[in-house]
Ligand binder design. Structure first.
Ligand SMILES: [Zn+2]
Length: 475
Protein backbone atom coordinates (compact mmCIF):
# COMPACT_ATOMS: atom_id res chain seq x y z
CA UNK A 1 0.00 0.00 0.00
CA UNK A 2 1.37 3.42 -0.85
CA UNK A 3 1.65 5.94 1.92
CA UNK A 4 -1.04 8.13 0.36
CA UNK A 5 -3.48 5.23 0.29
CA UNK A 6 -2.79 4.30 3.90
CA UNK A 7 -2.98 7.95 4.89
CA UNK A 8 -6.53 8.25 3.59
CA UNK A 9 -7.35 5.06 5.45
CA UNK A 10 -5.95 6.44 8.68
CA UNK A 11 -7.95 9.60 8.25
CA UNK A 12 -11.11 7.78 7.30
CA UNK A 13 -10.82 5.67 10.43
CA UNK A 14 -9.64 8.24 12.88
CA UNK A 15 -11.48 11.37 11.91
CA UNK A 16 -14.54 9.30 11.06
CA UNK A 17 -14.74 7.46 14.36
CA UNK A 18 -13.51 10.15 16.70
CA UNK A 19 -15.52 13.21 15.65
CA UNK A 20 -17.05 15.19 18.42
CA UNK A 21 -19.02 18.37 18.60
CA UNK A 22 -18.36 20.98 21.26
CA UNK A 23 -19.50 24.52 21.68
CA UNK A 24 -17.65 27.59 22.97
CA UNK A 25 -16.82 27.46 26.65
CA UNK A 26 -15.13 30.01 28.82
CA UNK A 27 -12.78 28.84 31.56
CA UNK A 28 -11.41 32.16 32.74
CA UNK A 29 -9.59 35.26 31.64
CA UNK A 30 -5.94 35.19 30.53
CA UNK A 31 -3.98 37.26 33.04
CA UNK A 32 -0.64 35.45 33.10
CA UNK A 33 1.83 34.82 30.31
CA UNK A 34 3.34 31.85 28.53
CA UNK A 35 6.23 31.30 26.12
CA UNK A 36 5.57 30.59 22.45
CA UNK A 37 7.76 29.88 19.45
CA UNK A 38 6.97 31.97 16.42
CA UNK A 39 9.04 30.73 13.50
CA UNK A 40 8.28 32.03 10.02
CA UNK A 41 9.84 31.45 6.62
CA UNK A 42 11.08 34.21 4.31
CA UNK A 43 10.63 34.00 0.52
CA UNK A 44 13.33 31.28 0.43
CA UNK A 45 11.80 29.32 3.31
CA UNK A 46 14.64 30.33 5.66
CA UNK A 47 13.26 30.67 9.14
CA UNK A 48 13.33 33.68 11.42
CA UNK A 49 11.38 34.69 14.49
CA UNK A 50 12.06 33.30 17.92
CA UNK A 51 10.52 33.13 21.36
CA UNK A 52 7.73 35.45 22.49
CA UNK A 53 5.63 35.94 25.58
CA UNK A 54 1.87 35.78 25.10
CA UNK A 55 -0.95 35.86 27.65
CA UNK A 56 -2.13 32.69 29.39
CA UNK A 57 -3.84 32.38 32.76
CA UNK A 58 -2.28 30.18 35.46
CA UNK A 59 -5.67 28.47 35.86
CA UNK A 60 -5.25 27.19 32.32
CA UNK A 61 -1.98 25.50 33.16
CA UNK A 62 -3.57 23.83 36.20
CA UNK A 63 -6.46 22.72 34.00
CA UNK A 64 -4.09 21.20 31.42
CA UNK A 65 -1.98 19.52 34.10
CA UNK A 66 -5.11 17.96 35.62
CA UNK A 67 -6.18 16.75 32.19
CA UNK A 68 -2.75 15.22 31.54
CA UNK A 69 -2.89 13.40 34.88
CA UNK A 70 -6.37 12.10 34.00
CA UNK A 71 -5.05 10.86 30.66
CA UNK A 72 -2.07 9.00 32.12
CA UNK A 73 -4.07 5.82 32.67
CA UNK A 74 -5.14 5.64 29.04
CA UNK A 75 -3.21 3.08 27.08
CA UNK A 76 -4.30 3.49 23.47
CA UNK A 77 -0.71 2.95 22.32
CA UNK A 78 -0.78 5.81 19.82
CA UNK A 79 0.48 9.40 19.71
CA UNK A 80 -2.80 11.30 19.74
CA UNK A 81 -2.81 14.38 17.52
CA UNK A 82 -5.98 16.29 18.29
CA UNK A 83 -7.10 19.05 15.93
CA UNK A 84 -9.47 21.81 16.96
CA UNK A 85 -10.70 24.49 14.54
CA UNK A 86 -11.51 28.15 15.06
CA UNK A 87 -13.57 30.45 12.88
CA UNK A 88 -15.40 27.60 11.16
CA UNK A 89 -19.19 28.01 11.24
CA UNK A 90 -21.56 25.02 11.36
CA UNK A 91 -21.77 25.17 7.56
CA UNK A 92 -17.97 25.09 7.13
CA UNK A 93 -17.16 21.71 8.69
CA UNK A 94 -16.33 20.15 5.32
CA UNK A 95 -13.72 22.88 4.82
CA UNK A 96 -12.40 22.19 8.32
CA UNK A 97 -11.86 18.49 7.57
CA UNK A 98 -10.23 19.33 4.24
CA UNK A 99 -7.84 21.66 6.11
CA UNK A 100 -7.00 19.06 8.77
CA UNK A 101 -6.35 16.42 6.12
CA UNK A 102 -4.08 18.84 4.24
CA UNK A 103 -1.90 19.45 7.30
CA UNK A 104 -1.71 15.75 8.21
CA UNK A 105 -0.87 14.99 4.57
CA UNK A 106 2.04 17.46 4.79
CA UNK A 107 3.23 16.01 8.10
CA UNK A 108 3.45 12.51 6.64
CA UNK A 109 5.74 13.76 3.87
CA UNK A 110 8.59 14.16 6.37
CA UNK A 111 10.56 11.36 7.98
CA UNK A 112 10.34 9.95 10.58
CA UNK A 113 6.60 10.71 10.38
CA UNK A 114 6.25 9.05 6.95
CA UNK A 115 7.46 5.67 8.13
CA UNK A 116 5.89 5.89 11.58
CA UNK A 117 2.48 7.29 10.60
CA UNK A 118 0.70 4.20 11.96
CA UNK A 119 1.98 5.23 15.40
CA UNK A 120 -0.29 8.30 15.27
CA UNK A 121 -4.01 8.66 15.78
CA UNK A 122 -5.53 11.82 14.37
CA UNK A 123 -8.76 13.14 15.82
CA UNK A 124 -10.49 16.16 14.29
CA UNK A 125 -12.81 17.69 16.89
CA UNK A 126 -15.54 19.78 15.26
CA UNK A 127 -15.74 23.14 17.03
CA UNK A 128 -18.49 25.49 15.84
CA UNK A 129 -17.88 29.24 15.78
CA UNK A 130 -20.54 31.90 15.47
CA UNK A 131 -18.59 33.80 12.80
CA UNK A 132 -16.33 32.73 9.95
CA UNK A 133 -12.59 33.58 10.10
CA UNK A 134 -10.42 34.78 13.00
CA UNK A 135 -9.33 38.11 14.51
CA UNK A 136 -6.95 40.53 12.73
CA UNK A 137 -7.37 38.75 9.39
CA UNK A 138 -6.60 40.20 6.91
CA UNK A 139 -5.78 43.35 8.91
CA UNK A 140 -5.38 44.50 12.50
CA UNK A 141 -8.63 45.61 14.06
CA UNK A 142 -10.84 43.00 12.40
CA UNK A 143 -12.71 41.27 15.23
CA UNK A 144 -14.82 38.12 15.02
CA UNK A 145 -16.89 36.09 17.50
CA UNK A 146 -15.17 32.67 17.43
CA UNK A 147 -14.98 29.68 19.75
CA UNK A 148 -11.23 29.64 20.49
CA UNK A 149 -10.36 33.38 20.18
CA UNK A 150 -7.60 32.80 17.61
CA UNK A 151 -5.89 35.97 16.36
CA UNK A 152 -3.06 37.14 14.12
CA UNK A 153 -0.88 40.06 15.26
CA UNK A 154 -0.41 38.36 18.62
CA UNK A 155 2.08 40.37 20.74
CA UNK A 156 2.16 42.87 17.87
CA UNK A 157 3.63 40.38 15.37
CA UNK A 158 1.55 39.97 12.23
CA UNK A 159 2.30 36.28 11.64
CA UNK A 160 2.13 35.18 15.25
CA UNK A 161 -1.17 33.26 15.42
CA UNK A 162 -2.36 32.83 19.01
CA UNK A 163 -5.19 30.87 20.58
CA UNK A 164 -6.93 30.83 23.93
CA UNK A 165 -5.10 27.76 25.29
CA UNK A 166 -7.77 26.92 27.86
CA UNK A 167 -10.54 27.00 25.27
CA UNK A 168 -8.45 24.93 22.84
CA UNK A 169 -7.87 22.24 25.50
CA UNK A 170 -11.50 22.31 26.62
CA UNK A 171 -12.51 21.60 23.03
CA UNK A 172 -9.76 18.98 22.56
CA UNK A 173 -11.02 17.14 25.65
CA UNK A 174 -13.77 15.71 23.42
CA UNK A 175 -11.09 13.39 21.98
CA UNK A 176 -10.39 10.07 23.71
CA UNK A 177 -6.81 11.05 24.51
CA UNK A 178 -4.57 14.05 23.91
CA UNK A 179 -0.82 14.07 23.31
CA UNK A 180 -0.52 17.08 20.97
CA UNK A 181 -3.14 19.70 20.13
CA UNK A 182 -3.14 21.58 16.82
CA UNK A 183 -5.47 24.58 16.66
CA UNK A 184 -6.18 25.62 13.08
CA UNK A 185 -7.67 28.92 11.97
CA UNK A 186 -10.15 29.19 9.12
CA UNK A 187 -7.77 31.40 7.15
CA UNK A 188 -5.27 31.39 4.30
CA UNK A 189 -3.17 34.12 5.93
CA UNK A 190 0.40 32.98 6.66
CA UNK A 191 1.03 32.36 10.34
CA UNK A 192 1.39 30.00 13.26
CA UNK A 193 2.84 29.54 16.75
CA UNK A 194 4.07 26.76 19.01
CA UNK A 195 3.32 26.50 22.71
CA UNK A 196 6.04 23.99 23.66
CA UNK A 197 5.12 23.95 27.36
CA UNK A 198 1.56 23.02 26.46
CA UNK A 199 2.06 20.54 23.61
CA UNK A 200 0.05 22.88 21.43
CA UNK A 201 0.62 24.42 18.02
CA UNK A 202 -1.38 26.71 15.78
CA UNK A 203 -1.61 26.89 11.99
CA UNK A 204 -3.60 28.57 9.27
CA UNK A 205 -5.92 26.01 7.72
CA UNK A 206 -5.52 26.98 4.10
CA UNK A 207 -1.89 28.06 3.72
CA UNK A 208 0.54 25.38 2.48
CA UNK A 209 3.57 27.07 4.00
CA UNK A 210 1.68 27.37 7.26
CA UNK A 211 1.33 23.57 7.26
CA UNK A 212 5.12 23.39 7.14
CA UNK A 213 5.27 25.79 10.09
CA UNK A 214 3.00 23.41 12.00
CA UNK A 215 5.46 20.56 11.33
CA UNK A 216 8.40 22.70 12.45
CA UNK A 217 6.43 23.58 15.59
CA UNK A 218 5.84 19.88 16.19
CA UNK A 219 9.64 19.58 16.23
CA UNK A 220 9.58 22.04 19.14
CA UNK A 221 6.57 20.68 21.01
CA UNK A 222 6.97 16.92 20.44
CA UNK A 223 10.77 16.70 20.17
CA UNK A 224 11.79 19.62 22.40
CA UNK A 225 14.07 20.61 19.52
CA UNK A 226 15.80 23.99 19.31
CA UNK A 227 15.70 26.36 16.37
CA UNK A 228 18.81 25.92 14.23
CA UNK A 229 18.64 29.39 12.66
CA UNK A 230 20.86 32.29 13.67
CA UNK A 231 18.65 35.38 13.92
CA UNK A 232 17.14 36.97 16.98
CA UNK A 233 19.70 36.31 19.73
CA UNK A 234 23.16 37.65 20.57
CA UNK A 235 25.56 37.36 17.61
CA UNK A 236 27.89 35.23 19.76
CA UNK A 237 26.53 32.86 22.39
CA UNK A 238 28.74 32.63 25.49
CA UNK A 239 26.49 30.74 27.92
CA UNK A 240 26.59 27.14 29.18
CA UNK A 241 25.76 24.02 27.15
CA UNK A 242 22.23 24.14 25.75
CA UNK A 243 19.45 21.70 26.68
CA UNK A 244 17.98 20.59 23.33
CA UNK A 245 19.68 17.69 21.54
CA UNK A 246 20.16 19.56 18.24
CA UNK A 247 22.34 22.48 19.43
CA UNK A 248 25.64 22.45 21.30
CA UNK A 249 28.47 24.75 22.30
CA UNK A 250 30.94 21.92 21.46
CA UNK A 251 32.51 21.63 18.03
CA UNK A 252 33.09 18.40 16.16
CA UNK A 253 36.45 17.53 17.73
CA UNK A 254 35.29 18.41 21.25
CA UNK A 255 32.17 16.28 20.82
CA UNK A 256 34.22 13.32 19.57
CA UNK A 257 36.85 13.68 22.28
CA UNK A 258 34.38 14.17 25.14
CA UNK A 259 31.42 12.01 23.96
CA UNK A 260 29.16 15.08 23.78
CA UNK A 261 25.71 15.45 22.22
CA UNK A 262 25.63 13.91 18.73
CA UNK A 263 29.25 12.56 18.67
CA UNK A 264 27.97 9.12 17.59
CA UNK A 265 26.26 10.60 14.52
CA UNK A 266 29.32 12.28 12.95
CA UNK A 267 29.41 11.84 9.13
CA UNK A 268 26.12 9.91 9.08
CA UNK A 269 24.14 10.58 5.93
CA UNK A 270 20.90 8.80 5.14
CA UNK A 271 18.28 9.30 2.51
CA UNK A 272 15.25 11.18 3.83
CA UNK A 273 17.30 13.27 6.26
CA UNK A 274 19.37 16.44 6.08
CA UNK A 275 23.06 15.51 6.11
CA UNK A 276 25.85 14.73 6.45
CA UNK A 277 26.04 15.18 10.22
CA UNK A 278 28.91 17.24 11.60
CA UNK A 279 29.00 20.55 13.47
CA UNK A 280 27.89 23.65 11.58
CA UNK A 281 28.38 26.94 13.36
CA UNK A 282 25.26 28.95 14.07
CA UNK A 283 22.00 28.02 15.71
CA UNK A 284 19.63 28.75 18.57
CA UNK A 285 19.41 32.44 17.34
CA UNK A 286 23.18 33.09 17.39
CA UNK A 287 25.70 33.10 14.53
CA UNK A 288 28.69 32.10 16.65
CA UNK A 289 29.36 29.98 19.72
CA UNK A 290 26.61 27.45 18.92
CA UNK A 291 26.74 24.46 16.56
CA UNK A 292 23.95 22.60 14.76
CA UNK A 293 24.15 19.00 13.45
CA UNK A 294 23.42 19.58 9.76
CA UNK A 295 23.60 22.43 7.32
CA UNK A 296 19.93 23.16 6.66
CA UNK A 297 17.32 21.05 8.43
CA UNK A 298 13.61 21.58 9.14
CA UNK A 299 14.58 23.35 12.35
CA UNK A 300 16.31 26.01 10.20
CA UNK A 301 14.30 26.23 6.97
CA UNK A 302 10.81 25.18 5.91
CA UNK A 303 10.36 22.37 3.41
CA UNK A 304 13.64 20.76 4.49
CA UNK A 305 14.03 17.27 6.03
CA UNK A 306 14.79 16.87 9.71
CA UNK A 307 18.35 15.71 10.46
CA UNK A 308 19.12 12.34 12.08
CA UNK A 309 19.90 13.91 15.45
CA UNK A 310 16.39 15.39 15.52
CA UNK A 311 14.78 12.24 14.07
CA UNK A 312 16.29 10.10 16.83
CA UNK A 313 14.83 12.45 19.42
CA UNK A 314 11.41 12.48 17.70
CA UNK A 315 11.40 8.67 17.72
CA UNK A 316 12.20 8.70 21.43
CA UNK A 317 9.21 10.95 22.08
CA UNK A 318 6.97 8.83 19.84
CA UNK A 319 8.04 5.71 21.74
CA UNK A 320 7.22 7.39 25.05
CA UNK A 321 3.59 7.05 23.96
CA UNK A 322 3.75 3.86 21.91
CA UNK A 323 4.95 0.45 23.10
CA UNK A 324 6.61 -1.86 20.55
CA UNK A 325 4.07 -4.62 21.26
CA UNK A 326 0.66 -3.34 20.19
CA UNK A 327 -1.37 -6.29 21.44
CA UNK A 328 -1.05 -9.98 22.28
CA UNK A 329 -0.77 -12.37 25.21
CA UNK A 330 -0.34 -10.31 28.37
CA UNK A 331 2.92 -10.16 30.25
CA UNK A 332 3.13 -12.78 33.02
CA UNK A 333 0.49 -15.09 31.57
CA UNK A 334 0.44 -18.74 32.67
CA UNK A 335 0.18 -21.00 29.62
CA UNK A 336 -0.71 -24.68 29.70
CA UNK A 337 1.26 -27.01 27.52
CA UNK A 338 -0.43 -27.07 24.12
CA UNK A 339 -1.52 -23.44 24.42
CA UNK A 340 -0.35 -20.64 22.16
CA UNK A 341 1.39 -17.33 22.88
CA UNK A 342 1.16 -14.40 20.46
CA UNK A 343 2.30 -10.81 20.05
CA UNK A 344 1.33 -8.18 17.46
CA UNK A 345 4.13 -5.63 17.12
CA UNK A 346 3.76 -2.07 15.86
CA UNK A 347 4.37 -1.81 12.13
CA UNK A 348 6.46 1.01 10.67
CA UNK A 349 6.09 1.31 6.90
CA UNK A 350 9.74 0.69 6.08
CA UNK A 351 10.73 -2.26 8.29
CA UNK A 352 9.45 -4.87 10.73
CA UNK A 353 10.29 -4.78 14.39
CA UNK A 354 12.55 -7.67 15.48
CA UNK A 355 10.96 -10.45 17.54
CA UNK A 356 13.27 -12.65 19.67
CA UNK A 357 12.00 -15.68 21.64
CA UNK A 358 13.84 -17.32 24.53
CA UNK A 359 12.93 -20.65 26.18
CA UNK A 360 14.47 -20.93 29.64
CA UNK A 361 16.80 -18.11 28.53
CA UNK A 362 17.99 -19.94 25.42
CA UNK A 363 17.46 -18.00 22.19
CA UNK A 364 15.19 -19.93 19.79
CA UNK A 365 16.53 -19.15 16.34
CA UNK A 366 13.70 -21.04 14.61
CA UNK A 367 11.18 -18.68 16.21
CA UNK A 368 12.90 -15.41 15.23
CA UNK A 369 10.23 -13.07 13.88
CA UNK A 370 7.33 -15.35 14.85
CA UNK A 371 4.18 -13.60 16.06
CA UNK A 372 2.54 -16.82 17.29
CA UNK A 373 4.17 -19.70 19.17
CA UNK A 374 2.47 -23.07 19.70
CA UNK A 375 3.91 -24.55 22.89
CA UNK A 376 3.44 -28.04 21.41
CA UNK A 377 6.28 -27.14 19.04
CA UNK A 378 8.67 -26.51 21.95
CA UNK A 379 10.84 -29.20 23.50
CA UNK A 380 9.65 -29.20 27.09
CA UNK A 381 10.42 -31.55 29.94
CA UNK A 382 7.87 -31.73 32.73
CA UNK A 383 7.55 -28.83 35.14
CA UNK A 384 7.52 -25.08 34.59
CA UNK A 385 9.37 -23.26 31.81
CA UNK A 386 9.92 -19.61 31.07
CA UNK A 387 9.09 -18.37 27.57
CA UNK A 388 10.21 -14.81 26.92
CA UNK A 389 9.65 -12.56 23.91
CA UNK A 390 11.63 -9.39 23.22
CA UNK A 391 10.32 -7.01 20.54
CA UNK A 392 12.69 -4.22 19.54
CA UNK A 393 12.79 -1.56 16.85
CA UNK A 394 16.27 -1.92 15.35
CA UNK A 395 15.96 1.05 12.98
CA UNK A 396 19.32 2.59 12.10
CA UNK A 397 17.78 6.01 12.66
CA UNK A 398 18.67 5.43 16.32
CA UNK A 399 22.21 4.98 17.61
CA UNK A 400 21.66 5.68 21.30
CA UNK A 401 21.44 2.05 22.40
CA UNK A 402 20.48 2.93 25.98
CA UNK A 403 17.52 4.86 24.59
CA UNK A 404 16.59 1.98 22.29
CA UNK A 405 16.71 -0.39 25.28
CA UNK A 406 14.59 1.90 27.44
CA UNK A 407 11.98 3.14 24.97
CA UNK A 408 12.05 1.01 21.81
CA UNK A 409 12.24 -2.47 23.32
CA UNK A 410 9.56 -4.45 25.16
CA UNK A 411 9.85 -7.80 26.94
CA UNK A 412 7.02 -10.11 27.94
CA UNK A 413 7.62 -13.23 30.03
CA UNK A 414 5.31 -16.22 30.23
CA UNK A 415 5.25 -19.38 32.32
CA UNK A 416 4.50 -22.62 30.52
CA UNK A 417 3.32 -25.39 32.80
CA UNK A 418 4.09 -28.80 31.30
CA UNK A 419 2.22 -31.55 33.17
CA UNK A 420 4.56 -34.30 34.44
CA UNK A 421 4.75 -37.40 32.32
CA UNK A 422 3.14 -40.20 34.40
CA UNK A 423 5.28 -43.20 33.33
CA UNK A 424 8.54 -41.19 33.77
CA UNK A 425 8.82 -42.46 37.32
CA UNK A 426 12.34 -41.17 37.94
CA UNK A 427 11.43 -37.80 36.33
CA UNK A 428 14.52 -37.50 34.16
CA UNK A 429 12.53 -36.44 31.06
CA UNK A 430 12.94 -39.74 29.19
CA UNK A 431 11.45 -43.25 29.37
CA UNK A 432 13.83 -46.19 29.67
CA UNK A 433 14.62 -49.31 31.69
CA UNK A 434 15.25 -47.21 34.83
CA UNK A 435 11.56 -46.34 34.89
CA UNK A 436 10.62 -50.02 34.43
CA UNK A 437 12.91 -51.03 37.32
CA UNK A 438 11.42 -48.30 39.48
CA UNK A 439 7.92 -49.53 38.65
CA UNK A 440 8.83 -53.07 39.72
CA UNK A 441 10.27 -51.82 43.02
CA UNK A 442 7.23 -49.66 43.83
CA UNK A 443 4.84 -52.42 42.77
CA UNK A 444 6.68 -54.91 44.94
CA UNK A 445 6.44 -52.49 47.89
CA UNK A 446 2.68 -52.15 47.39
CA UNK A 447 3.09 -48.40 46.74
CA UNK A 448 -0.26 -47.03 45.56
CA UNK A 449 1.54 -44.33 43.53
CA UNK A 450 1.69 -46.98 40.80
CA UNK A 451 -2.06 -47.73 40.98
CA UNK A 452 -2.23 -46.85 37.28
CA UNK A 453 -5.80 -48.05 36.71
CA UNK A 454 -6.94 -46.14 39.78
CA UNK A 455 -8.98 -48.95 41.40
CA UNK A 456 -7.32 -48.68 44.83
CA UNK A 457 -5.38 -51.93 44.68
CA UNK A 458 -2.30 -53.20 42.92
CA UNK A 459 -2.64 -56.10 40.50
CA UNK A 460 -1.86 -57.18 36.93
CA UNK A 461 -4.25 -54.45 35.58
CA UNK A 462 -1.79 -51.81 36.86
CA UNK A 463 1.08 -53.55 35.13
CA UNK A 464 -0.93 -53.54 31.93
CA UNK A 465 -1.92 -49.84 32.32
CA UNK A 466 1.67 -48.84 33.03
CA UNK A 467 3.06 -50.69 30.03
CA UNK A 468 0.41 -49.06 27.80
CA UNK A 469 1.43 -45.56 28.99
CA UNK A 470 5.09 -46.49 28.65
CA UNK A 471 4.49 -47.60 25.05
CA UNK A 472 2.69 -44.30 24.27
CA UNK A 473 5.75 -42.39 25.41
CA UNK A 474 5.99 -38.83 26.71
CA UNK A 475 5.80 -35.66 24.65
ZN1 LIG B 1 11.10 27.29 15.60
Amino acid sequence: MSWTASLSLVLALSTGSAMALVGPEDIGANNGMTTVHGCFGDEHGNLYGGIFQVPMDDEVREFIDAMNVANQGLDDNRVDLVFVGDGYTAGEMAQYHTDVNGIVDSLYQYEPFTSYQSYFRVTAVEVVSNESGVDNDPNQGVSRDTALDMQYWCSGIERLLCVNVGKAYTAAAAADDIDQVVAIANSSKYGGAGYPGNNLGTAAGQNGAAADIAIHELGHSLGDLADEYTYGGPMTYTGPELGPVDVSIYNRQEQLDQDRKWHYWMDANQSGFDGPISTFEGGNYSEFGVFRPSNNSMMRALGRPFNLVSAEQLLKEIYREVSPIDSGTGDGALISRGGTVGVTPMQPLNHNLSIYWYLDNVFQIDLFGATLVDTDDLTLGSGEHELKVVVVDETNWVRDEAMREQFMSETRTYTIRALPCAPDLIEDGTLNFLDLSRFIVLYGDGDLSVDFNGDGSLNFLDVSAYLTLFAQGCP
